[in-house]
Design a protein around this ligand. Structure first.
Ligand code: F3S
Length: 379
């Protein structure tokens, strides 16, 4: 493959994997159960990346393992009508090229809701929030891939055996004692932003961390945004008592949350679904919207995958009847929300609150889901 005997696309993919393997001292490639690719939204990719994908697709690139895609710049029902023909064509082209390479257009950052990886399975995933969730909550094994290396792993069906694929690198090297009470998913997100900055790429074991899968999803996404952590252990064992210890006090959570609340005016967009909503989150939003309506001067976006939206149809009808928009295939960060006239958003996602001021040039407030719904409906 490296010599080009299996075509240009496979040669490039193999070169990427071999280079990575050399860099990190891997001695072999190992098969992966799935690859999950970022590098899908035209907003972030631009034209150069389309050219590269075009070459890969036309010169024989075909996925050799189950491969899925992150969100794109818009959904085909609601946002698509609000962007230019050029953006539509470019985004469509990207999806066609991935399709040609047999990569599934799942368009979600929560591929684990579609097919949950089993504990101990090796993956090559590129979405950082999904990587840390897969490693920590699902106990699958994946490095934090970039777009090119996840594509290369999809085409070869393998990844270099280093980092999170080796048991010795998955051991915790710092103990985190959570002394603060975490009341909402926004608190879990604030904890993640605080710790990501402190830990960089260390692997923490938590002492005193409870939380539902949805709350741990917020923690995962946030920790992977402000830092490089790819794995945490939910509970520390006795032998980890001697590790370097970090305590998280209530004031740390308060400070991290207040740094993520920078809005100067009332929000014009209420955004839920970063990472994409689970069925239980959609259900919770629907139950809060049952007896009320979204104000006319604000939009409510609930982003999720097509898979979850199919499963949660009745709840989605409730959200839409109340005036909310359930958007599949996309999210705020990968879309051009400033061009739609939005200046201030409120969200329960610390990841969005962390990135949107720079990536979307908007002001953001971080609040729990229930407060976001209140703001949307002015109760
Ligand atoms: Fe997913 Fe978009 Fe957030 S890709 S993790 S909803 S920024």
């Amino acid at each position: 493959m490296l010599d080009g005997e299996y075509g240009w696309a496979n040669q490039i993919a193999m070169k990427i994997l071999a280079k990575l393997g050399d860099l990190f001292g891997a001695t072999k490639l190992i098969p992966v159960q799935s690859a999950h690719l970022s590098g899908v939204s035209y907003k972030h990719m631009g034209d150069g990346a389309i050219k590269f994908l075009d070459e890969m697709a036309s010169k024989g690139g075909k996925a050799q393992t189950r491969a899925t895609l992150n969100p794109s710049s818009f959904d085909p029902e609601y946002l698509v009508k609000r962007y230019s023909k050029e953006r539509f064509e470019k985004q469509t082209r990207i999806l066609e090229l991935y399709g040609k390479m047999m990569i599934q257009p799942t368009l979600t950052c929560t591929p684990y809701y579609i097919q949950e990886p089993k504990a101990g399975q090796h993956l090559a995933w590129a979405e950082s929030s999904a990587v840390i969730y897969a490693n920590s909550v699902l106990n699958a094994w994946t490095n934090r891939e970039g777009s090119p290396s996840a594509l290369a792993a999809a085409l070869i069906g393998k990844t270099p055996n280093y980092g999170m694929h080796q048991a010795e690198n998955r051991k915790p090297n710092v103990l985190v004692k959570v002394e603060a009470e975490l009341k909402t998913e926004a608190d879990y997100g604030a904890l993640g932003i605080h710790l990501g900055k402190l830990l960089k790429d260390k692997t923490p074991a938590f002492h005193g961390l409870r939380g539902s899968d949805d709350e741990l999803k917020q923690l995962s996404a946030a920790m992977a945004s402000s830092g490089m952590t790819a794995l945490f252990h939910r509970t520390a064992t006795g032998e980890q008592r001697d590790l370097e210890t970090i305590s998280v006090e209530p004031s740390d959570i308060k400070k991290a949350a207040s740094n993520l609340c920078k809005a100067h005016q009332m929000p014009d967009l209420v955004f839920l679904g970063c990472p994409h909503c689970s069925t239980s989150e959609v259900k919770q939003i629907a139950s809060l919207l049952k007896q009320t309506k979204v104000r006319k001067d604000v939009e409510l976006w609930v982003c999720t995958s097509r898979h979850v939206s199919e499963k949660a149809k009745t709840h989605i009808e409730v959200i839409e009847r109340a005036g909310g928009h359930v958007l599949c295939d996309t999210c705020v960060l990968v879309s051009w929300i400033k061009d739609l006239g939005f200046n201030t958003i409120i969200t329960n996602s610390a990841k969005t609150a962390f990135y949107a001021p720079t990536l979307n040039e908007v002001d953001v407030d971080l609040k729990p889901l229930s407060r976001c719904i209140q703001v949307a409906c002015h109760q």
